[in-house]
Design a protein around this ligand. Structure first.
Ligand code: GLC
Ligand code: CA
Length: 623
């Protein structure tokens, strides 16, 4: 297991330097599904502005907006046709300025999604690029990645290499007009930019300044570890023999020049703006040493990255799978190992984590890692909240997670799924099975793929937010762009209920803010081999320490022996009601009930203003 060389034999806890963005709670908004202010069925900027008090009330510090730029929505806005314009579905630049102003007025910040590995094929740059092959007359030709065709032994035209698009099919599209192929790692309508060309980079720096100069507080950078491709774009190894196209990951993930580009971005743009934050999306890499290169302060690149090892935990075929929709059961043991690995990595050198368990590319955590049946939904959603707010790193909460939104029901047919990744994977698999069996579509068994969709399709994270009990759960007065989940959980019914998932999140975020050990403390995994208990401590230099114990199962579990070492702590948080002061509140219970989670604090006060430990002294020297 990769570890920072310095953290291996550490005896004393190490506390990282404090930064505003490290202790921040970031709330991700997927605008189209957040709140529709004008009844057209599509969430919009004015809808977000209308809900700012709700977000402030929850304890949000930073809002991250998924893309709202002009886009044909081939990939729900991750295909941008104009970086300097708000798509009219969402509003106008004036609406954005008002949203920013109202966000700042409430003491919150706003970061934007920067999608610059690719543009839309409808972006002017690409329209120009595809207009002619003559680079002299048409310098934009070189802004994208064009290659002449190859021909097989029978003389059939084939793409320049065998790479598979991440969203299925070949990663190349033939352009009849200029008789060349262009590269698109995602859907056909998302041509990859050629970062080798300095004019492309200059254009990216310019569009970043456009938003920063208007007051945005930083960026989440879409698939930023894909921007540099290996020279010559060689064929990928055949690892999925049933497919004609193969994952080309090895040739573009964390590619040869990616760090040069990001250093340049930092020098030319980021370093000129104070108090901004940056987080790079870095899928497919599970090696902390590789990702840490983007994050170590000495490298002057980004503040942090999203790594996906935890959410890849139930991917059949791992990170090179045909599609992340393919599901396999996950084990708590793996979750513990992954969390331990990243929490302990590179702290002395300034590595900093991003903590998340949901986003717009993942299904709902309560359905996936908890139990969304009526009996356990609330408890397990709260347990997952504990598992998030007690980890070191900047915390990200995805819209709806705070009310325990769950996956769409199994009764929904494929027609309710809107995501291109879902539909393409379904179609490709159906086609493949028809070809292999010679049977018509109606006779093909697709139940395994349907199960994958029900568990893991990105669509589950994209159903509109359930605000109240009115039609379409109050998301819109019109017809929603995507069906609203059928259950009756919603914000209105939770906000004044002290026992709700919402109230738990609100309280838990306060507890995190008041206890720096939860944000900055050193991580130590306890009972590493226990099959259902996930427990750890988070200790600050000076001795203040939090203990987290969580039962990831419906069955009660005895932790009798282990508990003897844990006396003399104050209960900070529990997802079961604690009857009266003193009732188990000062002692770790010897039995954890189904999905029970608790957080305790002990040790001397660290002295920081934000520390809520209030000088409590430990009676026992070690957990
Ligand atoms: C990122 C986005 C995802 C999008 C893809 C291509 O992974 O989060 O939604 O489909 O990049 O832009
Ligand atoms: Ca609208």
């Amino acid at each position: 297991m990769a570890r920072s060389p310095t953290s291996k034999n550490r005896v004393k806890p190490f506390t990282p330097t404090r930064q505003w963005w490290k202790s921040a709670t970031v709330y991700q908004i997927y605008p189209i599904s957040f709140f529709d202010s004008n009844g057209d069925g599509v969430g919009d900027l004015n809808g977000i502005t209308a809900k700012l008090d709700y977000l402030k009330g929850l304890g949000v510090d930073v809002i991250w907006l998924s893309p709202i730029y002009k886009s044909p929505l081939a990939d729900m806005g991750y295909d941008i046709s104009d970086y300097n314009t708000i798509d009219e579905r969402y509003g106008t630049l004036e609406d954005w300025a008002r949203l920013l102003h109202e966000t700042h007025t409430r003491g919150m910040k706003l970061i934007m999604d920067l999608v610059v590995n690719h543009t839309s094929d409808e972006h002017d740059w690409f329209v120009e690029s595809r207009s002619s092959k003559d680079v002299k007359a048409n310098p934009k030709r070189d802004w994208y990645i064009w290659k002449p065709p190859r021909y097989d032994e029978q003389g059939n035209r084939i793409p320049p290499n065998n790479w598979k698009s991440i969203f299925q099919g070949p990663a190349w599209e033939y352009d009849e007009a200029t008789e060349e192929y262009y590269l698109h790692l995602f859907v056909t309508k998302q041509p990859d930019l050629n970062w080798e060309n300095p004019d492309v980079r200059e254009a990216v720096w310019k569009l970043m300044r456009f938003w920063l100069d208007r007051g945005c507080d930083g960026f989440r950078m879409d698939v930023i570890n894909h921007i540099s491709k290996v020279e010559g774009l060689p064929d990928a190894e055949v690892i999925i023999p049933t497919l004609p196209y193969q994952p080309g990951n090895a040739f573009y993930i964390n590619g040869p020049k990616v760090h040069d580009y990001i250093k340049e971005m930092n020098e030319r743009v980021l370093s000129h703006y104070k108090n901004i934050m940056t987080v790079g999306e870095a899928p497919i890499t599970h090696n902390p040493a590789t990702l840490a290169e983007y994050v170590y302060p000495k490298n002057k690149e980004l503040d942090m990255v999203f790594q996906f090892e935890l959410v890849d935990i139930d991917a059949a075929g791992g990170k090179e799978a045909e599609s992340p929709i393919l599901w396999k059961p996950w084990r708590l043991q793996d979750m513990k190992d992954i969390v331990n690995k990243w929490q302990s990595f590179g702290r002395e050198d300034g590595f900093w984590n991003s903590v998340f368990i949901e986003n717009h590319d993942n299904s709902r955590s309560v359905s996936r890692f908890g139990d969304d049946s009526p009996e356990w939904r609330s408890l397990s959603a709260k347990l997952l909240c504990i598992s998030q707010i007690t980890l070191s790193g900047t915390l990200y909460v995805y819209q709806g997670q705070e009310i325990g939104m769950k996956n769409a029901p199994k009764s929904w047919g494929l027609e309710e799924y809107k995501d291109c990744a879902t539909i393409n994977f379904w179609n490709q698999t159906l086609e493949k099975r028809m070809k292999m069996s010679g049977k018509p579509a109606e006779e093909i068994d697709m139940s395994d793929i349907m199960e994958g969709c029900q568990r893991k399709a990105r669509d589950h994270g994209r159903t509109p937010i359930q605000w109240d009990s009115s039609p379409h759960s109050g998301f819109t007065t019109g017809t929603p762009w995507m069906r609203v989940n059928d259950d009756d959980w919603n914000v209105a019914s939770q906000i004044n209920d002290s026992d709700s998932v919402y109230s738990f999140w609100k309280h838990a975020l306060e507890v995190r803010k008041q206890n720096e050990s939860l944000i900055y403390g050193d991580f130590k995994l306890l009972f590493p081999d226990h099959p259902t208990v996930f427990a750890y401590t988070r200790t600050l230099e000076g001795g203040t320490s939090a203990l987290v114990v969580m039962n990831f199962s419906t069955e009660p579990v005895s932790i009798n022996e282990e508990v003897k070492r844990m006396k003399g702590a104050r209960l900070l948080l529990s997802n079961y009601p604690v009857k009266a002061a003193g009732d188990q509140a000062w002692e770790v219970p010897t039995v954890l009930r189904g999905y029970e989670g608790r957080v305790y604090l002990r040790g001397e006060c660290c002295g920081a203003d934000a520390c809520g430990c209030k000088g409590i002294k430990s009676q026992i020297p070690d957990w």
